[in-house]
Write a protein that binds this ligand. Structure first.
Ligand code: NAD
Ligand code: UDP
Length: 339
């Protein structure tokens, strides 16, 4: 298939491009480079040993997207392009609603107009809110605590309504749990700008000595050791989940959790990182972070049943690959998403 990958120069998108190319698909990558580096395109080509078509463009721009669809035969779209910083979304809600919703609507419109029947959307486990774990696809969604999460829930509803009106259109809503790790080559990975918000990049930067201590947000949750529990998934497993979702996509709306089904606490992750990499990660316990829930992990059985996909890489591999990427990136003194 010829696959349009929006946001394909970013963290999950770049790994998915590699997985698509390795599975024999062709990719057209579009990205406005707002949260990544152009070099990631070369890195994707280098890993997969295939030339990648790339356009720097904004997918909220309907006219440019129309030209793209007119000029290329596209069999399917994987829509990663979006803004994802929870805190920033609280400060700049309009930026998030416009970017994340308009992009989805513009792309869906182009698909309908040009007869593209496969649309894979990057959703998030955040749409479950504080439901009872493990989260199942059939659960009623609960309100999220921020505009970012709302853009995911709203995009899901918009795409579902579009399918109701266009029953031949196929949409896969992929609810990601916590993507971590990097490609084993260390060429692509996640390098957040500034101080990381997410646990794994923070841990890696503490280990590297860039940050002094990890602050663990609360140890009084009703979990195994009081710290927050999440379902960490290796980004390469996640990328492979997209290939499976695209390959199996039929008409209608299909919702899948992409997680491992395993919950890991903050303290367990720190210990796994220390053991996997033989390095110390100093930490202190501080207050809970507002908006956090105690536990979030997937029932991942539907994706296994219907897509034949399961996550294969364990927490040790996730910690090792995160550390390898952090070391490689620091050594090259590059400070943006992908080196
Ligand atoms: P990322 O920021 O690395 O990648 C997103 C890419 O989209 C970036 O390269 C950015 O430049 C691009 N982009 C943003 N707005 C654009 C626009 N209007 N036009 C063109 N390009 C645009 O983020 P990621 O972690 O790879 O996330 C990919 C998707 O998965 C996002 O939609 C995100 O919300 C979703 N998601 C991520 C996580 C996570 O923890 N990383 C979890 C759940 C869902
Ligand atoms: N966390 C932490 N210190 C940090 C970052 C995160 O203790 O510096 C905790 C956070 O409270 C949560 C878990 O690590 O329990 C995962 O947080 P992350 O932000 O990576 O993912 P999310 O909360 O969005 O699932």
């Amino acid at each position: 298939m010829n696959v349009l990958v929006t946001g394909g120069a970013g963290y999950i998108g770049s790994h998915t491009c590699v997985a698509l190319l390795e599975a024999g698909h062709s990719v057209i990558v579009v990205d406005n480079l707002s949260n990544c580096k152009r070099e990631s395109i070369e890195k994707i080509s280098q890993i997969a040993d295939v030339k990648v078509t790339f356009y720097e463009m904004d997918v909220t721009d309907a006219q440019t997207v129309d030209v793209l669809f007119r000029n290329h035969h596209i069999d399917g779209v994987i829509h990663f392009a979006g803004l994802k910083a929870v805190g920033e979304s609280v400060e700049k809600p309009l930026l998030y609603y416009v970017n994340n919703l308009v992009s989805t609507m513009v792309l869906a419109e182009a698909c309908l107009q040009y007869g593209v029947k496969r649309f894979v959307f990057s959703s998030s486990a955040t749409v479950y809110g504080d439901n009872k774990v493990p989260f199942e696809e059939t659960m009623n969604l609960l309100p999220t605590t921020n505009p970012y999460g709302e853009t995911k829930a709203m995009s899901e509803r918009i795409l579902t309504d579009i399918v109701k009106a266009n029953p031949k259109f196929g949409v896969s809503l992929l609810r990601y749990f916590n993507p971590v790790g990097a490609h084993e080559s260390g060429l692509i990975g996640e390098a957040p700008n500034g101080i990381p918000n997410n646990l794994m990049p923070y841990v890696a930067q503490v280990a590297k000595g860039k940050l002094k201590k990890l602050k663990i947000f609360g140890n009084d949750y009703p979990t195994v050791d009081g710290t927050g529990v999440r379902d960490y998934i290796h980004v390469v497993d996640l990328a492979e989940g997209h290939v499976a979702a695209l390959d199996n996509l039929t008409a209608g709306v299909h919702i899948y959790n992409l997680g491992t089904g395993q919950g890991t606490s903050v303290l367990e992750l720190v210990k796994a990182f220390e053991e996997a990499n033989d390095i110390k990660v100093p930490y202190e316990i501080v207050d809970r972070r507002p908006g956090d829930i105690a536990s979030c992990y997937a029932d991942a059985s539907k994706a296994e049943r219907e897509l034949g996909w399961t996550a294969k890489r364990d927490i040790v591999t996730m910690c090792r690959d995160s550390w390898w990427f952090e070391k490689k990136m620091s050594d090259q003194s590059v400070s943006s998403t992908v080196v």
